[in-house]
Ligand binder design. Structure first.
Ligand code: AMP
Ligand code: FE
Ligand code: FE
Ligand code: ZN
Length: 286
């Protein structure tokens, strides 16, 4: 095993414009560095396409790069995000699931835009203009087009109204259930960690959390601005009982969200536990 060479503050949840962040992967690493981060993961939604660029940029800055992805999952109607660290990006089963989710995302965005376009001056071209070629598309890209068109003030405004799941324009997305997602991530040699696990919708049901741990879930992102009590305390008890990994991260999206790199961080010990558990890929040390 390689000896650890982590140097201080780690932020393991950052998005680039390869999904719904607003900056290229290299600029995301630069932003992390400027905020004092020295170990950074790129975790775009349902894609690993930014790894090479982010890795080069991180190395040039003297940072450690941890390859990651934030995988979409769904329990009942509710979305759950599984951070997938150090997966093998070429593993077939995970790759075909991601391809399926990405196809569904494109159809879903196109249907939503068609519905919105009946009431507002918005077309697919407007959304395409906000989206980098090959990026994982999502509601944030529709939000940006709505902002450009002057229909809403910002992404938050768009998500509270036109893009909300309660809106008539909303179309749901195909995504695997969280247990399947966890199995696919471990099957690809990766380390699955539930993102913002005590966020807006509260924690997942206790029986499902037990099932996820049984399926190989490694831990929870307890340091995240969207987490709330009593969910965090409940999850901390699970962490203690099962000796799980705990991370803290920013979920930076560039200008797309107020979250700033380093607003939550992960300890060196926890980064090392993630690395020790992974077989799919390795961190890139500076
Ligand atoms: P989607 O995956 O297309 O359903 O869109 C969900 C994504 O939108 C999440 O990954 C968040 O990053 C982003 N998002 C959700 N709520 C907001 C919000 N209020 N403001 C900005 N971005 C948001
Ligand atoms: Fe996002
Ligand atoms: Fe998320
Ligand atoms: Zn995220």
């Amino acid at each position: 095993m390689t000896s650890p060479r982590f140097q201080g503050p780690a932020d393991l949840h950052l998005h680039s414009q390869n999904s719904d962040g607003t900056e290229p992967p290299a600029a995301v690493m630069d932003a992390a560095f400027r905020h004092g981060i020295r170990t950074a993961a790129l975790t775009d939604h349902d894609t690993t396409s930014g790894w090479a660029e982010a890795s080069r940029a991180a190395s040039a800055l003297g940072m450690t790069f941890v390859p990651g992805m934030e995988m979409s999952a769904k329990h009942g109607g509710r979305s759950a995000h599984v951070l997938a660290y150090l997966i093998d990006p070429g593993e077939a089963a995970l790759g075909s699931m991601i391809a399926r989710v990405r196809d569904s995302r494109e159809q879903r965005v196109s249907t939503m835009v068609e519905r919105i376009g009946r009431d507002y001056d918005l077309t697919w071209q407007d959304v395409a203009a906000e989206t980098t070629d090959g990026a994982t598309v999502g509601r944030p890209h529709i939000a940006d087009a709505l902002v450009t068109r002057g229909i809403v003030a910002d992404r938050t405004d768009a998500f509270a109204g036109i893009l909300s799941p309660r809106s008539d324009y909303y179309v749901s997305l195909f995504a695997p259930d969280p247990v399947t997602a966890v199995r696919l991530v471990t099957g690809a040699g990766g380390v699955p960690i539930i993102a913002h696990p005590a966020g807006r919708g509260g924690v997942l049901p206790a029986a499902l959390l037990d099932e996820l741990i049984g399926a190989g879930l490694a831990g929870f992102e307890l340091g995240h601005r969207e987490n709330r009590e009593p969910g965090v305390a409940l999850l901390r008890r699970l962490v203690d009982r099962h000796d799980l990994i705990v991370t803290g991260s920013s979920d930076y999206h560039g200008a797309g969200k107020p979250n700033l790199p380093g607003e939550n961080t992960t300890s060196d010990e926890m980064v090392q536990r993630i690395v020790d558990r992974a077989t799919g890929s390795a961190p890139v040390y500076a």
